[in-house]
Design a protein around this ligand. Sequence first.
Ligand code: SF4
Length: 383
Amino acid sequence: MNQVVQIPTDPADAAGKVNLLDFDRQGLRDFFTQIGEKPYRAEQVMKWIYHHLESDFAKMTDVGKALRAKLDATCYVGPPKTLFDKAAADGTHKWLLGMDGGNAIEAVYIPEPTRGTLCVSSQVGCGLNCQFCSTATQGFNRNLSTAEVIGQMWVAAKYLGNITHQNRRITNVVMMGMGEPLLNFDNVVKAMSLMRDDLGFGLASKRVTLSTAGLVPMIDKLSEAIDVSLAVSLHAANDELRTELVPLNKRYPIAELTEACLRWIARKPRTSITFEYTLMKGVNDQPEHARQLIRFMRKLPTCKVNLIPFNPFPGTRFERSDADTIRAFQTQLLNAGILTMLRRTRGDDIDAACGQLKGQVLDRTRRQAEFLKRLDQGAVHAG
Ligand code: SF4
């Protein structure tokens, strides 16, 4: 489908310029056609933007002078502004990125010996109200644009000296930062297609993962829209406890979520789904909870579990499970033949661990109340 954009009538007006980070490849080709240029020129420019991380049209040397001048007058390459960045002792890096209205989001880079993972946000705040999540306490403000989602990767890639297809510092991306990505479907899918595109960041499908709290209809829609990997925030394998921890479970209970996951696997037989399970002391870390999780996983035998020790944040009523309990829980799963990984806590000294994203969100209470009302009425699934 062609993406038609409004061309600024006054090129001198920077505010009216078009941000090229808002387009996936097809969108950029359509835009170039619209401004009277050959679509293949769009791909030339795309390579400059994502392979060379160049935002200055004047430096795009294999693009004709006249086109460079036209682009400069009507467009810009506009990633979010970095308010500050911070490195932890273990190499984890966090960028606080400014949004309009005084809001901010965060992107976090986690280096490991064999890979570097960037955790990307999809919304300013989040309205799903998961009880153990720091972002949830801030409420929902708005969806991010495509440019704001892919721009997080652009900023991190530039900082890290990432070179697509050559020096990959970012080998994996997880849509696991602030927000429920499936509630910002179109922008997130476009941004992920830029992560995957050879002229974008060129990552394989198994290296781009979307994590959802379990929006069942949107999981189906995602499987049709793009080839990426899926993670599901499970955190409990019985409905009563999961509804308490992840209120979305009331709308889409575990049986429906299981069916959606089975449909995902049927469509993508060679892929596996990762189920994230945050371990909270005395809440969901007991042997009976492990047994429930084993029963759940038996229905999805090709999938795996990622255990995450809870990261406490100010004001939370939950505590991290102790090390022995975590080990026992993992052993119980492994003994039952469930592929189970334990996530190490990273970036503790810069609050970069999962569930600790701390962007400032305005107007949260009204929007959150509206959102929860719509959720109860079953209106939150149309995307
Ligand atoms: S865990 Fe994810 S979906 Fe749940 S409130 Fe936090 S950001 Fe939103």
